[in-house]
Write a protein that binds this ligand. Structure first.
Ligand code: ADP
Length: 495
């Protein structure tokens, strides 16, 4: 079975968030269940630099403003990659979506329409007509589109009257790709698509809505988020559309790449460790305290945050409870970037609490590994969280997650309440509602458990034993693909 992934990010070529991790790791896991999944990605400068040698496999004339090319390469892990090389759209520095002024590129609609267009052309088997170099020699049986940047893929296929199935995954409903109605023509979409049952969204064009309406099957990255987004409270204006497609909407929790996130073989760590050799974890704590200039108190509970700083992530709540955390003898390290006011507030907090709070602003992949290894707990107070990956890294590294009970956080962490502790199933701490008071109470419970080293260690070991890899989710995606490609066969098999 051949599947074309279409996405705007893919680790390790380009990453701004969890989407990249998923698109980078899932194809490898799918390969183990005999799915040949290849990724179509824009050729941003950073991607071209990291990709190394590429082959030109097609020419793409008149690609939304100028000519482009399709390049092919492979990642070290064997994943096949197609790169959409269109310098007029993608040869720009920095972040994939934002210009140097921090605002969306004004032609984002064309940039990601081009990505979806080329995906649809590959799907239609028009690779030969893409250019003089001839046929691609590889045709997908199905397209898996990720987030709004790939939302137009099923719309293009629908209006080309193609029967190629499309799975659309929502990684974060907050990003919807909404553009003025006047862009419709430039997007090469017919006027007929601009209705309530199509991609029209309050008088504008929504790429995400196109995906939600025209794709054959919708998935999102946890069962709880799949339910939440069908409600007005969490549906971000799309809940009606999603309710209408409730039967086609499936939540599948993300996995993590266990080769990249492995405390026993992680090149970013000074001291490798396992659930059996947990004592070595403390050497990483020592290194982390040192790196952040914290007091070298190995017995002080060390909390960490690795996050984007946005309203979604709820870190303003952490600011509120920080004095109490320090009062109880805790320490905090933070690696984050985003909202300027929050950045300033946390920098100030670090100044106010020397030796107790440390912050690094920016994006640093190796440091994020050291933080997962060296901390005792990771705090994730998100107001909403489709899946969340940092709590999964926390579980794998024996760094207990303290999470808001929303979305994928609710589905992946078992709260250390009395019953769960007694039954030996707890893996972290949950709190609800998402308020500073509830977070403070969860932190209190974490401090209490930390004061009982044996009980804490038992929870750590259980957390580290949780299955957080991609094998199970990959099998589920494979079943879904089969359901679309061979409905009768897969029904008979499951009966
Ligand atoms: P989201 O995709 O909403 O940002 P996720 O938890 O799904 O949240 O994924 C975030 C990913 O980005 C994780 O791999 C996390 O380790 C990484 N990350 C977030 N902020 C930083 C940072 N400042 N430096 C390094 N990695 C980061």
């Amino acid at each position: 079975m051949r599947v074309l992934f279409v996405a705007s990010e893919c680790y390790p070529l380009i990453k701004t968030g969890g989407l990249a991790d998923v698109v980078g790791a899932l194809p490898v896991a799918l390969d183990r269940v005999d799915v040949d999944a290849r990724v179509l990605l824009p050729a941003y400068p950073e991607v071209l630099e990291r990709a190394g040698k590429t082959d030109v496999v097609a020419k793409l004339p008149k690609l939304f403003g100028s000519n482009g090319r399709l390049l092919a390469t492979a990642l070290d892990d064997g994943t096949g990659i197609f790169l959409l090389d269109a310098p007029h759209l993608f040869d720009r520095p920095g972040n994939p979506y934002l210009g140097p002024d921090g605002k969306d590129w004004p032609d984002n609609h064309l940039r990601f329409a081009a990505l979806s267009w080329v995906a649809a052309e590959i799907g239609l088997g028009k690779a030969g007509s893409l250019g003089k170099t001839g046929d691609l020699g590889w045709h997908p049986d199905l397209i898996h589109a990720h987030d709004w940047q790939a939302g137009l893929v099923p719309a293009y296929l629908y209006y080309a009257e193609a029967s190629l199935p499309v799975v659309m995954t929502i990684h974060n409903l907050a990003f919807q790709g909404v553009f003025p109605a006047t862009t419709l023509k430039a997007l090469r979409l017919p006027q007929a698509s601009f209705t309530m049952d199509g991609l029209e969204y309050f008088g504008q064009v929504s790429f995400l809505k196109a995906g939600l309406v025209y794709a054959d099957l919708l998935t999102t990255v946890s069962p709880t988020y799949a339910r939440e987004i069908t409600t007005p409270a969490a549906g971000m204006g799309m809940d009606g559309v999603l309710r209408a497609r409730r039967r086609d909407l499936i939540g599948i929790v993300n996995g993590i790449d266990e080769t990249v996130w492995n405390p026993d073989g992680d090149p970013a760590l000074p001291a490798p460790y396992t659930a059996r050799r947990l004592r070595s974890k403390i050497l990483n704590k020592e290194a982390l305290q040192d790196r952040f200039g914290l007091a070298p108190e190995l017995h002080a509970p060390l909390f960490c945050v690795v996050s984007r700083l946005t309203e979604q992530k709820g870190l303003d709540l952490l600011l509120e409870v920080l004095p109490a955390l320090i009062e109880r003898g805790g320490q905090l390290v933070m690696l984050a970037s985003g909202d300027a006011a929050l950045e300033t507030a946390f920098v100030q907090a670090a100044r106010d609490h020397p030796g107790r709070v440390g912050i690094v602003l920016g994006y640093d992949e190796p440091l994020s590994h050291l933080m997962q290894a060296g901390s005792d707990a990771i705090i994730i107070p998100s107001r909403f969280e489709p899946c969340g990956l940092t709590q999964l890294y926390g579980l794998r590294y024996g760094t207990l997650p303290i999470v808001a009970r929303v979305g994928g956080l609710a589905d992946t962490v078992i709260d250390a309440n009395e019953a769960a502790l007694a039954d030996g199933v707890a893996t972290g701490f949950q709190f609800a509602p998402v308020t500073a008071e509830a977070l403070a109470m969860a932190l209190d419970r974490a401090f209490d458990l930390y004061d009982q080293p044996k009980a804490w260690m038992a929870v750590q070991k259980r957390a580290m034993g949780r299955k957080v890899g991609w094998s199970e989710p990959a099998r589920t995606y494979h079943r879904l693909y089969r359901r679309l490609l061979d409905p009768i066969g897969s029904f008979l098999e499951s009966a």
